[in-house]
Design a protein around this ligand. Sequence first.
Ligand SMILES: *Cc1c(COP(=O)(O)O)cnc(C)c1O
Length: 374
Amino acid sequence: MTERIYLSSPHMSDEGYEMQYVKEAFETNWIAPLGENVNQFEKELAEKVGSKAALALSSGTAAMHLALKAAGVGEGDIVFCQSLTFAATSNPIIYQHAIPVFIDSDPETWNMSPEALEKAFEKYPNVKAVIVVHLYGLSADMDKILEICRRHNVPIIEDAAESLGAYYKGKHTGTFGDYGIFSFNGNKIITTSGGGMLVSNHVDKIEKARFWSTQSRDQARHYQHSELGYNYRMSNVLAGIGRGQLKVLDDRVAKKKYIFEFYKRELGGLDGIEFMPIHEWNEPNYWLSAIQLTGDIRPIDLIEALEKENIESRPVWKPMHLQPYYEKYDYIHLGTDVAAKLFENGVCLPSDTKMTDEDLKRVCGTIKELWKKR
Ligand SMILES: *Cc1c(COP(=O)(O)O)cnc(C)c1O
């Protein structure tokens, strides 16, 4: 059997940076709680993305939860949320007992449609927060979205879980809005096996979130709590992995871009394949190479043909407004459901940074074979 090709698997540095930091944690017995790796990982990530403050957490989902709380979202509040995303974006809205209203995507960016957002504000003038996602490391149209949200005086939370290393007009994604969240889950561009980060220029809000993330312990000799708390902090061991991974982020982005361009060159000529949109104002991190199939070969045909060759691929995210759990909530679009179409036609090709040219040729060969057999 040929070796399996993965969609996106953990890729530690050749230099062993991660082990070095983890070893330091062991040697100083700073296994838990917190410690120097956590402090430095926060500092290094904040510097990398250009944010004033950062908070290392147990997951991207935890970061989203605390971002919503920091933005003042509570029971009965309305939150506008991009529909085309992973459930981790919207689940924390429910944790806060708030009400999501889902917003369609723009076919030009695959992310939140500024026009649909504008339309949503007409229907729901009282909105507590807007969550925009930078899917697959592409960026949303931030200038337009920021202008609309500022005009309505509503805070923006950017879900940059998939877009670490991706820039919009030279500025890092996740640093435009009031809050940004990142994920270091196992399949993300860099990983700590599991983890997340909340970033913001509102330093006081990050301090408040830090308090909530450690069970909201008041300053007192005894255990005293005047607010509800959570156990959301990242461990010092995992932060060590994160520090090492951050050193190779640029290399990972370069390889992801190489993979995308390889596919584009090899498969661009096949009829009915369209690649995710790349604009001159966007420097993506190319986390996953995603395509649209507009001809008679359907995503399931491609995914199954690749699976037969022991190659992992995946459909594009199924939008939240189509999820059984979320279908009772409102969905704002401009007549055609763009998110549904992106889902129906979408495939994420293997984008594992450990792939060799031989592996890439194996993927492309399998796909070309499918087109020939048609
Ligand atoms: C991975 C991901 C998250 C959540 O991250 P976890 O660290 O797995 O909790 C949130 N949003 C999007 C779009 C993601 O892809």
